[in-house]
Design a protein around this ligand. Structure first.
Ligand code: TXA
Ligand code: MG
Length: 331
């Protein structure tokens, strides 16, 4: 993607805001980030206030290139360099031991740090113009669906963000894969577009399981990606009968399915989703936001196939289906 001259001016302006301790929302290939200078404690604190996010949740630090890792992490294993070489810029976050001097506000007081080089020309240009790490969670209110276009950011954060760079719709649409390299075995903490299978193949070793004493990952809380309308996951073969059973008792529904609508009903709004996991992931959050404004009683989502390439989608759908305040620690 070529940057327009106006985009270039936007980026210089945005970098100056970050330098002065402000908050800038910017596009990445995954979702829009709410960025602040990762070396400025007050600026980082503003991220938590703007999102309404608990202050002990660690943030990912975004870098313009892999060689900046050494400023933020120590005892960097070879695996990190190998993965950075192969997959950065890209939708992969590495959890490493943190270097001395990294702020507790960024790491949530943990001894580790999350780092990633995003694959988006606007994000990379911003990081280069700023010249150092930018801490950024998704640019949404805590517990809401992550934003995949600039309009979502404005709707969520309004004046709480100093500037929004509009870089169009995000190509990946789901948050990055998080790989913990701080322990004895590499472990995926959050599935994403970079699959566990690809990571294991590049590393030439099996990955550890997700169980055990894992660091806090806000995305691992059950209710983290929920729309306001309750969402039910329905097995593919049962989607039409499930839809009928809600309609018979007079409850309006929105349906996200990979099938075509068979019969129209005034209380049923049907969205046909792509049958390909990449395209599905790209659209999912925008579709959830859209159907959430319709005021239906339920959102029914057809379970995608139980295949490894759908893992990130399954993970986000499962979280969206959780009932707030019941399974989740917070929303
Ligand atoms: O795609 C993405 O990763 C997006 C874009 C903006 O880059 N960012 C994102 O940030 O999803 P966030 O804050 O929702 O997720 C980062 C996750 C957090 O849940 C956090 O707990 C985990 O990474 N994380 C960050 N630093 C960590 C650390 N030091 N140790 C363990 N987990 C960490
Ligand atoms: Mg999150």
């Amino acid at each position: 993607m070529e940057l327009h001259a106006s985009t270039h001016e936007d980026i210089v302006h945005a970098a100056n805001i970050v330098r002065r301790g402000g908050l800038v929302a910017f596009p990445t290939e995954t979702v829009y980030g709410l960025g602040a200078d990762a070396s400025n404690g007050q600026a980082v604190t503003r991220i938590f206030a703007a999102k309404g996010r608990p202050a002990d949740h660690p943030l990912i630090v975004h870098l313009s290139a892999a060689d900046e890792m050494a400023r933020w992490a120590r005892d960097i294993p070879d695996a990190a360099w190998v993965l950075a070489e192969r997959l950065w810029p890209g939708p992969l976050t590495l959890i490493l031991k943190r270097a001395a001097g990294v702020l507790d506000a960024v790491t949530g007081g943990q001894d580790t740090i999350g780092l990633r080089v995003p694959d988006h020309p606007v994000a990379l240009a911003l990081l280069k113009a700023f010249g150092s790490g930018i801490a950024a969670p998704p640019a949404n209110r805590f517990g809401r669906v992550s934003p995949t276009c600039a309009a979502h950011v404005r709707a969520e954060l309004g004046d709480a963000v100093d500037y929004v760079i509009d870089g169009g719709s995000c190509q990946v649409g789901l948050e990055s894969t998080i790989l913990d390299l701080s322990g004895s075995l590499p472990r995926v903490l959050r599935p994403g577009a970079v699959t566990a299978d690809l990571l294991a193949r590049i590393l030439g070793e099996p990955l550890g399981t997700r169980a055990g004493n894992q660091p806090r990952v806000s995305g691992s809380m059950a209710s983290h990606y929920a729309p306001d309308t309750p969402l039910r996951l329905i097995e593919a073969h049962a989607i039409e009968t499930a839809a009928q059973s809600f309609l018979i008792i007079g409850q309006s529904i929105a349906v996200l399915s990979m099938r075509q609508l068979v019969s129209h009903h005034p209380d049923c709004r049907w969205i046909t989703m792509p049958a390909n996991p990449r395209e599905y992931g790209q659209l999912l959050y925008a579709r959830l936001r859209e159907v959430d404004t319709w005021g239906c009683r339920w959102i029914l989502v057809e379970q995608p196939p139980a295949l490894a390439e759908w893992e990130a989608v399954h993970d986000r759908l499962k979280r969206s289906a959780s009932i707030r305040g019941v399974e989740g620690i917070a929303s």
